[in-house]
Design a binder for this molecule. Structure first.
Ligand code: BMP
Length: 265
């Protein structure tokens, strides 16, 4: 199964240039940690990114929770990403018809398509969500962008069932637009089988458990070895630590060791 293959091997299966790039980045930088930078001030995100940059393969943003968003913030974030060699994932969770998504991606205040290497999208509206994202990009830009499709959620009581999960897998792997899909956001290794896609799994915390708004956590070892995560997304496990840099290093070590143990013969 895909979970026994190394990231180097899986890079060769990737149809989307960004998943190929991310697999290779993970293998060379030796990290499968994505930091969820869920902070409300631009400077705080930049400071966090600078401190944790050496330990992460990707920084995940929710650009609509930033109170002082500006183009300058994006310029600075891109500089930090280049300095520490990580990709930027805007967790926008697009969910509308293609024509609307196309505008939400490229236009408005945030112009997400111009800076986010990767974005997330729900599959609720079907294949046209991927077509909508691609529609706003020229041929060159299409090769430098990718989407992670949500096939499962970590929230308690979420409405996603087996059929929705299977249909999401089909959108991610079949048809002419699958080359724009970098991976799947999900909670289990049965979400998809194609080794060229990356499994992104949130709900990761050393102290497993729940928060008071339905979030459910598992340990780094559990998500990588039992749930098939290729990349673990960690937010508050790092953000709320007394020393964020140390916490990022710890999560990196534990996620990476779990991956090495998973692929060991
Ligand atoms: P935290 O580790 O602080 O719970 O943050 C988790 C992050 O992952 C949040 O940014 C959230 O939006 C995202 N996320 C999630 O928790 N569950 C999902 O199913 C999908 C997500 O994108």
């Amino acid at each position: 199964s895909r979970t026994k293959l190394t990231y180097e091997t899986r890079a060769n299966f990737a149809k989307n240039p960004l998943s190929k790039r991310l697999f290779t980045l993970m293998a060379t930088k030796k990290t499968n940690l994505c930091l969820a930078a869920d902070l409300n001030k631009a400077d705080d995100i930049l400071e966090l990114a600078n401190k944790c940059g050496p330990y992460i393969c990707m920084l995940k943003t929710h650009v609509d929770i930033i109170e002082d968003f500006s183009e300058g913030f994006i310029t600075n974030l891109k500089t930090v990403a280049k300095r520490h060699n990580f990709l930027i994932l805007e967790d926008r969770k697009f969910a509308d018809i293609g024509n609307t998504v196309s505008q939400q991606y490229g236009k408005g205040m945030y112009k997400i398509a111009s800076w986010a290497n990767l974005v997330t999208a729900h599959t609720l509206s079907g294949r046209s969500i991927v077509q909508g994202l691609k529609a706003g990009l020229d041929d060159n830009a299409k090769k430098q962008r990718g989407v992670f499709l949500l096939a499962e959620m970590s929230a308690k009581g979420n409405l996603i069932d087996e059929k929705y999960k299977e249909s999401s897998n089909k959108i991610a792997t079949e048809g002419g637009d699958a080359d724009f899909v970098s991976g799947v956001v999900c909670q289990s290794s049965t979400c998809f089988g194609f080794p060229g896609l990356i499994q992104l799994t949130p709900g990761v915390k050393i102290d497993e458990g729940v928060d008071n708004l339905g979030q459910q956590y598992e340990t780094p070892e559990h998500v990588v070895k039992e749930r098939g995560a290729d990349i673990g997304i960690v937010g508050r496990g790092i953000l709320q630590a007394a020393n964020v840099e140390k916490a990022a290093a710890t999560y990196r070590d534990r996620l990476w060791t779990a991956y090495l143990e998973r692929v060991a013969k």
